[in-house]
Ligand binder design. Structure first.
Ligand SMILES: Cc1ncc(COP(=O)(O)O)c(C=O)c1O
Length: 372
C-alpha cells in the first residue's frame, strides 16, 4: 500500500489518498491471488487441463502463469476485440504455455452459431465464458472450467488484498473513510472492500464502500436485480444479480475487464441492501484521471483500475471543496503496460464516451430466464 502524496499535492486536497497496488507481480494485476489457488486445488484433485475466458487478458495471463507452475494445460478464450487490441497479452499467455483463441471461435457449437449470424462479432465476456464452459462440458471430464471473477470463492481468495490493507492502514495509523474499487465481475473490489465492510457490520465503522463501473457497461447503476445467467449461451447457472441481460454485448471500450454483463451476486445483494454505493464513470474522464495519476505517482494504471482512480480523485476534490481531511483508499488493481494502444488512442482524441442506450438494455432484459 502506498500513500499518493504527490497526487494529493497535485490536487491540493486535504484528503489523504492511499492505494493498494496489485500490479507488482509478474503478470501485473490482482488476478494471481485466485489463479494460483485455483490451479493448486485443481492439481490436488488430479485435474490435467483447464479452460477459461479472458477479457482484457489479465485473468488469462494469471491463469496461464499458474497452470504452468502446476503443470496443467490451459485453453483461453479471449474476447475478440481484446485479442485484436492487445496482441502482447496473447503472446504473454502463449509464453507461459497456454493456447489462446479469439472468441467467438469456430471451436465450439455456440461460437460457430454466433459467427454464422455475425462474422464480425467483437465478442463479449459472456460469450467467451460460454465457449470455455462448452469445451469443458463436452470433454468427458478431461478439462475443467475455471472462472476469474464473479463467484464467491474467487472474491474470497481476493480478500487477501483487503486483509493486507487493513494491517497496512494500521501501520500508517489511519483508517479509511472511503474504500473504492473498480468492478467488472467484482473480485478486486470485493477483495479490498469486504474486510472493511466486515468492520462496518461488526464494529460499527462507517466507511463508505464504493464500486465504480464504466457508463458503457453499467450493470450496478442501470441493470436490473434479477436472476440471470452468468454466460451468454445460458449454460452457466443463473444467479440473482444486477444484470444488463446475458445477451448484452458491451461497446468496445478499452477497459476490457469491465465489460461483463452482470455483477457478482454477493456484491449485488450488498448494493441492493444499501451497504455498498455504486457509481458509473465515463471513459474520457477515466483516462484523464489515469494520466494525472501516472504523472504524479509514476505508475501507469490499467484502464480498469483507472475507474477507481477517477472516483478517488473526485472524492478528494469533494473533500477539498468541503475543507475536510478524508482518508481515501482505492485498489490499483493492475498496471497498464499492455494498454499503451489505449493511451495512444486517448491522446490522439480517438476515444469517445458512450452511454449505453436504454432501449438496448430493455431489449436484453426480455431474455432474462424465468425463475419461479
Ligand atoms: C486490472 C484489472 N482490474 C479489474 C478488473 C475487473 O475484474 P474484477 O471486477 O473481477 O476485479 C480486471 C479484469 O480483467 C483487470 O484486469
Amino acid at each position: 500500500m502506498y500513500r499518493a502524496r504527490r497526487l494529493e499535492k497535485a490536487l491540493d486536497t486535504p484528503a489523504h489518498i492511499y492505494y493498494k497496488y496489485e500490479g507488482g507481480n509478474p503478470v501485473g494485476s490482482h488476478k494471481p491471488n485466485t489463479a494460483v489457488a485455483q490451479a493448486f486445488y485443481n492439481k490436488e484433485e488430479g485435474v490435467k487441463a483447464l479452460t477459461t475466458e479472458t477479457g482484457a487478458g489479465q485473468w488469462g495471463s494469471a491463469l496461464s502463469m499458474a497452470c504452468n507452475f502446476f503443470d496443467l494445460d490451459l485453453e483461453v478464450y479471449m474476447v475478440k476485440v481484446s485479442y485484436q487490441q492487445k496482441p502482447y497479452r496473447r503472446i504473454l499467455m502463449e509464453n507461459y504455455g497456454a493456447t489462446v483463441y479469439a472468441s467467438p471461435s469456430d471451436r465450439t457449437q455456440y461460437g460457430r452459431q454466433l459467427l454464422a449470424n455475425d462474422p464480425d462479432s467483437p465478442g463479449s465476456l459472456g460469450i467467451a465464458i460460454s465457449e470455455a464452459v462448452e469445451v469443458a462440458a463436452t470433454s468427458g471430464g478431461a478439462k475443467k472450467y475455471s472462472l476469474g471473477s464473479v463467484i464467491d470463492p474467487v472474491l474470497l481468495h481476493q480478500t487477501v488484498v483487503g486483509l493486507e490493507a487493513l494491517q497496512q492502514m494500521e501501520m500508517a495509523d489511519e483508517y479509511p473513510d472511503i474504500v473504492i474499487g473498480c468492478a467488472g465481475g467484482g473480485s478486486n473490489f470485493a477483495g479490498l472492500a469486504y474486510p472493511f465492510l466486515h468492520l462496518n457490520f461488526s464494529k460499527g465503522k462507517k466507511t463508505r464502500i464504493m464500486a465504480v463501473e464504466p457508463a458503457s457497461c453499467p450493470s450496478l447503476t442501470r441493470g436490473r436485480y434479477a436472476y440471470d445467467f452468468g454466460d451468454s449461451a445460458g449454460m452457466a447457472p443463473a444467479f440473482k444479480m444486477y444484470t444488463l441481460g446475458h445477451t448484452f454485448v458491451s461497446p468496445s471500450i478499452h477497459a476490457g475487464g469491465l465489460r461483463y454483463h452482470a455483477m457478482s451476486p454477493g456484491i449485488s445483494l450488498l448494493v441492493n441492501n444499501g451497504d455498498i454505493e455504486a457509481r458509473a464513470v465515463h471513459q474520457l474522464g477515466t483516462f484523464e484521471a489515469a494520466i494525472q495519476f501516472s504523472r504524479a505517482e509514476g505508475i501507469i494504471p490499467a484502464p480498469e483500475s483507472a475507474h477507481a482512480i477517477r472516483a478517488a480523485i473526485d472524492e478528494a476534490l469533494v473533500a477539498k471543496e468541503a475543507g475536510e481531511k478524508k482518508v481515501i483508499l482505492f485498489n490499483l488493481s493492475g498496471h497498464g503496460h499492455f494498454d499503451m494502444a489505449a493511451y495512444d488512442d486517448y491522446r490522439q482524441g480517438k476515444l469517445e464516451d458512450f452511454e449505453y442506450p436504454q432501449e438496448e438494455i430493455d431489449k436484453a432484459m426480455a431474455d432474462l430466464p424465468q425463475v419461479g
